[in-house]
Ligand binder design. Structure first.
Ligand code: ATP
Ligand code: MG
Length: 562
């Protein structure tokens, strides 16, 4: 991680931590955790939480654990467990030896439940799910007490033991906290602590358990067992905080982390809910969890994002309590800044139009040296092959255009990047009037720079027809054509807002050096944007993904509309 990242901007959570440190709270320790549920891949919203938790640990000489919140085995699996670890590491963070699973604590959690029962603070309830809902009341009406609330401690202990032993079917009984059915906070109306789940094979504990603890019960205890000092979570848990505290106040555990809530990251033109991302992947609408159109960390990685750009983004968006939606342009600006500095330059023709240099000998090949980066000599240079037959981009030629058009026109001149000035002598069309070839001449005096007194304003990119490399280029656009696809109530499904043009594949011709590029290499294709080599790429078939354009594409659209 580079140095300029260590002075992270302050925010209310850092202020709380600094106050706690100044007051000598937690013996001066700072300990956080990132607690994903392994029921999907991580996305850019999780990156916010990862950067926050691991960033705080780093900056206050504390520790941050990675903990899998695996209490709902039905939707969880080992692939997700592995992918999550890979993504956190890739983002540049290290949990050292502190990799935990909530399921590591199942036995302890059971023990604390027994404690609660013994203290008359939990009971086995035989109401079914529907009845529990009915008894719970509403925001305006208090709940009603379950008829099983007054069971004796002995009966509760015996029943809970038998539940664990597998004597009762799913849904027949639950263990509930005995708190207050009249509480204005519905979460405190005797919440469920345990439910019965037979026949699931947990990815860590196998078939050992047929009861699974609820998140609200598991989370505070897991935090406390790990010695967490500050338990950072998203705002929807604000109303659960009294329950978090109640659990820890009512069991014999001497650590009581402080839960602090912050707002989720929402990004425009995409979705962040794991359920919706799963739907996109499972229904085959995406090529997988790492489809470069998805806001998943794996997708962003495949798209060409760098860990540093994602970390910068997470710092820039800040940490607050107000719900907000961040413009995609902000994420894109972060990767653009990073790649502008670090990506090698290359020439790639995405929509090839053939050019024949009539006064250039057929068998001649000149290897022209071109620096990899205009501002960073240390990056070195590569060789461009100049030959009689070349390609330029179709958009860089017009038969006629006004002076504002600084590219090639019939009878006009343009500079080929890092090479010569050429002049268009003749336009060749096919029977349907489509331009298929340009016959040009080149001026041998113009290699590298214009001779004195000669003005050529336009510079375009090109590739040799014989030495260039054919490549597949995948041009990605917004996944959805609505800024908040999942909050638009006027459509039946967020899928209706999928952008049908989110992926366009073109056959390009790229400069020879790109034939040596390997998966993950990143380039600026001059005048086109930033691209990276897709992992499915091979020597036989090069595939490049567009990471981001050179400018904000939305800004460009606005310009065109003017
Ligand atoms: P979903 O609701 O889509 O299933 P989740 O919040 O349940 O997502 P978890 O795996 O439980 O996903 O999340 C792990 C951690 O990441 C939690 O602390 C959660 O608050 C945080 N997190 C998840 N989504 C976001 C987001 N969009 N912005 C910030 N933090 C997030
Ligand atoms: Mg969750």
């Amino acid at each position: 991680m580079s140095n300029n990242e260590t002075t992270a901007p302050t925010h209310f959570i850092r202020q709380i931590i600094e106050r706690d440190l100044a007051a000598g709270k937690n013996q001066g320790r700072v300990h956080t955790r990132f607690p994903p549920e392994p029921n999907g891949y991580l996305h850019i919203g999780h990156a916010k939480s990862i950067c926050l938790n691991f960033g705080i640990a780093r900056d206050y000489h504390g520790l941050c654990n990675l903990r899998f919140d695996d209490t709902n085995p039905h939707k969880e699996n080992e692939d997700y467990v592995n992918a999550i670890q890979e993504d956190v590491r890739w983002l540049g963070f290290d949990w050292e030896e502190r990799l935990y699973y909530a399921s590591d604590y199942f036995e302890k959690l059971y023990g604390y439940a027994v404690e609660l029962i013994e203290a008359g603070k939990a009971y086995v309830c035989d109401l079914n799910a529907q009845q529990i809902r009915e008894y719970r009341g509403t925001l305006t009406e208090p709940g009603r007490e379950s008829p099983y609330r007054t069971r004796s401690v002995e009966e509760n202990l015996e029943l809970f033991r038998r539940i664990r032993a597998g004597e009762f079917p799913d849904g027949s009984r639950v263990l509930r906290a005995r708190i207050d059915m009249a509480s204005p906070n519905i979460n405190m109306r005797d919440p469920t602590l345990y439910r019965i789940r037979h026949g699931v094979i947990h990815h860590q504990t196998g078939e050992e358990w047929c009861i699974y603890p609820m998140y609200d019960y598991t989370h505070p205890i897991s935090d406390a067992l790990e010695g967490v000092t500050h338990s950072l979570c998203t705002l929807e848990f604000e109303d659960h905080r009294p329950l978090y505290d109640w659990v820890l106040d009512n069991i014999s555990i001497d650590c009581h982390p402080q839960q602090i809530e912050f707002s989720r990251l929402n990004l425009e033109y995409t979705v962040m809910s794991k359920r919706k991302l799963t739907q996109l992947v499972d229904e085959g609408l995406m090529a997988g969890w790492d489809d470069p159109r998805l806001p998943t960390i794996a997708g962003l990685r495949r798209r060409g994002y760098t860990p540093a750009a994602i970390r910068t983004f997470c710092e820039r968006i800040g940490v607050t309590k107000s719900a907000n939606s961040v413009e995609m342009g902000m994420l894109e600006a972060c990767i653009r800044e990073d790649l502008d500095q670090h990506a090698r330059r290359a020439l790639a023709v995405l929509d090839p139009l053939k050019v024949v240099i009539e006064n250039y000998p057929e068998d001649r090949v000149e290897m022209l040296d071109a620096p990899y980066h205009p501002k960073d000599e240390a990056m070195g240079s590569r060789q461009l092959a100049f030959t009689r037959e070349l390609y330029i981009d179709r958009a860089d030629f017009r038969e006629a255009a006004n002076k504002k058009y600084k590219r090639l026109v019939s009878g006009g001149e343009v500079r080929l990047r890092n090479a010569y000035v050429i002049k268009c002598e003749q336009v060749i069309k096919n029977d349907s009037g489509e331009i298929v070839e340009l016959r040009c001449s080149y001026d041998p005096q113009t290699l590298g720079a214009n001779p004195v007194g000669r003005k050529v304003r336009g510079v375009i990119h090109w590739a040799s027809a014989s030495h260039g490399v054919r490549a597949e280029v995948r041009l990605y656009d917004r996944l959805f054509n609505h800024p908040a696809p999942d909050s638009d109530k006027s459509v039946g499904s967020f899928l209706e807002h999928l952008n049908p043009d989110s992926l366009r594949v073109v056959e390009a011709v790229v400069e020879p050096s790109l034939g040596q590029a390997v998966a993950g290499d990143r380039f600026q294709f001059e005048r086109e944007g930033y691209f990276c080599v897709d992992p499915a790429s091979s020597r036989e078939r090069m595939i490049f993904n567009r990471t981001v354009g050179l400018r904000d594409t939305w800004a460009k659209i606005a310009e065109q509309d003017d």
